[in-house]
Design a protein around this ligand. Structure first.
Ligand code: MSP
Length: 546
């Protein structure tokens, strides 16, 4: 074993960075060994919803939202071999599957990065050199169990044997096959930084939901990870980025992959010139917490760069209560679901039905029911009824409430509307989208009930001769359009396309988060309104036949 440098004192890195963007959010980059499935799409939707929410909150579109594909490593190399293709050709083909699918969803992604790109190779090699300079790398002979599926060495304590078709194999805790390797590697001195990583997790609690932060702390208390291998012999791993100055070694795929976030920020460059740093929010699945919450912060500490502010971790989508996997053959294809539910319907269902803290079973019948009941009926019908020429012949949107308690229930609705923006903000910030949508739908349902009970189709025929009917009708329409305006603003992160249709239709130009408060005036005795030309019944979401 020899040491390639002396560890430099790592300062806590409190520096001012040049910022050209107001917010920086990332998704993990996706392995290209297989086609995208709905689990991948879910990660994208979550991050997109958070990005849209932050844009509305900050009042700017100047954010960085990165995603992309992870293209190196044994897993990809083997998949390319099996398909009889060159690695680069195989990656081009499969990366395009992700970018083509992601484009279909009209997300706010600003950067799609591929680890095979030249700019990324430069970035990884530059980081390698910095880690060497800082004294965090040494060469050693490493022996251990390697799991290709997760691209990681697995501790002996987690390895078990299993007999399949009469053959004894070794597997890790998730039943993934592991193989014994003994090889020359470059090692990273994670052990030197583990205490600081632990302290960061303990003090800052950056992982949401909290349970994942606590679990990781518990794991670290029980067993430390120690130094990790950050290269593989080229004879084993050919498809990867070469170690600078040692053509016999290839850089470990997780060091390569995690660096994508720095490449997006503009690395290699002077730290002060990064587009924005640190990253404000990293979205990731629970299966890759260790890499993002231990390895990644340790790499950043070694580079004297500040750590991400928040890690939003999500659980998994299951099919018939089993994890989706290619080998099980239970993978759900997003293209097929787009066809059935529409893109916006799929996005709504996934954000509406899943929680970050626990796994969710993908249920097509439930998805259909949800989008029909909530997007078509609850939301869509309220809009189309209040705009229908039979109910609203003069295409008017009232902007005040006349001094009256009519119709009964209006006060409760206004109270709920007034608090809605604040409670949704609290939920959305934590990526608890299902809770926010639940409240929005409950307000829309309350308004629908008020509408039913007040019978505006009858009131409209009496407004000219009956004062009470005139006031009730006016107030009912006023609060209904206010509900539609506020709910449409708040639903932008969840159903951006539908919300846009509704807001355009109602000619609402102020659509930021701060605009989602009640703006009706309450002191008038005379009707005030705005007239919207073309306020005929729009269709927000067409019911899907089962
Ligand atoms: N390439 C690594 C990440 C490197 S980031 C520096 C990787 N790729 S992955 O394609 O396997 O997974 C990408 C993301 O998809 C992860 O956040 C993962 O949790 C998520 N999902 C994969 N299967 C999933 C479900 N069944 N359900 C929800 N999300 C899941 O890991």
């Amino acid at each position: 074993m020899y040491i390639t440098g002396i560890i430099k004192q790592v300062s806590p890195a409190i520096r001012s960075f040049t910022r050209s963007a107001s917010y920086f959010i990332t998704t993990p980059i996706f392995y290209v060994n297989s086609s995208p499935h709905i689990g991948h799409v879910h990660t994208l939707f979550l991050a997109d919803a958070l990005n849209i929410y932050m844009r509305l909150k900050l009042g700017t579109d100047d954010t960085i939202f990165s995603t992309g594909t992870d293209e190196h490593g044994i897993k990809i190399q083997t998949a390319a071999e099996v398909s009889g293709m060159q690695c680069s050709e195989f990656c081009d083909l499969n990366s395009a599957k992700f970018s083509r699918l992601f484009k279909k969803y009209n997300t706010t992604v600003t950067d799609f990065i591929r680890t095979s790109e030249e700019r990324h190779v430069r970035s990884v090699q530059s980081i390698w050199n910095k880690l060497i300079e800082a004294g965090f790398v040494y060469k050693s002979t490493y022996s251990g169990w390697y799991c290709t599926s997760d691209e990681v060495f697995v501790p002996e304590s987690q390895v078990a044997t299993k007999v399949i078709d009469g053959l004894t194999i070794h597997v890790d805790g998730n039943d993934n096959k592991v193989v014994w390797s003994s090889e020359d590697n470059y090692m990273f001195r994670l052990s030197e930084l583990e205490d600081r990583v632990f302290e960061w997790l303990n003090k800052k609690r950056p992982i949401l939901p909290r349970k994942f932060n606590d679990e990781l702390i518990n794991q670290m208390e029980k067993a430390r990870i120690g130094d990790i291998s950050i290269s593989r012999p080229k004879s084993r791993l050919e498809w990867g980025i070469e170690v600078p100055g040692d053509s016999s070694q290839t850089i470990y795929v997780w060091l390569d992959a995690l660096t994508n976030y720095l490449t997006v920020a503009g690395y290699p460059c002077n730290d002060q010139l990064l587009r924005r740093w640190p990253i404000d929010c990293q979205v990731l699945g629970k299966d890759i917490i260790k890499f993002h919450a231990i390895y990644w912060p340790a790499f950043l500490m070694a580079l004297s760069l500040p750590l991400p502010t928040k890690l939003v971790c999500h659980s998994h989508w299951l099919v018939d209560n089993l994890k989706m996997s290619k080998s099980r053959g239970n993978v759900i294809d997003p293209w097929q679901e787009n066809k059935l539910l529409t893109q916006e319907g799929l996005r709504y269902y996934m954000l509406r039905a899943s929680t970050t803290h626990s796994d969710t079973d993908y249920n097509r019948t439930q998805a259909l029911r949800r989008v029909n009941a909530e997007l078509a009926d609850t939301y869509g019908n309220l809009l189309s009824r209040s705009c229908a020429s039979a109910i609203n012949p003069e295409q008017k949107i009232p902007i005040n409430i006349l001094n009256s308690n009519q119709p009964a229930g209006i006060g409760e609705l206004i109270d709920r509307l007034d608090k809605l923006g604040q409670s949704c903000a609290e939920y959305f910030e934590r990526a608890d989208f299902y809770k926010g949508v639940d409240e929005i739908m409950s307000v829309l349902r309350l308004n629908n009930r008020l509408y039913e009970d007040s019978k505006p189709w009858k009131l409209i025929k009496e407004v000219k001769k009956d004062e009470q009917a005139r006031v009730t009708y006016h107030n009912l329409q006023a609060v209904t359009f206010e509900t539609l305006r506020i709910c449409s603003i708040l639903l932008q992160p969840i159903t951006p396309m539908i919300s846009k249709i509704a807001l355009n239709h109602l000619e609402v130009t102020e659509r930021l988060w701060q605009d989602a408060r009640v703006k009706l005036s309450f002191d008038g005795t005379r009707e005030a309104h705005r007239v919207v030309s073309n306020l005929t019944s729009p269709v927000l979401f067409r019911r899907i036949k089962d």
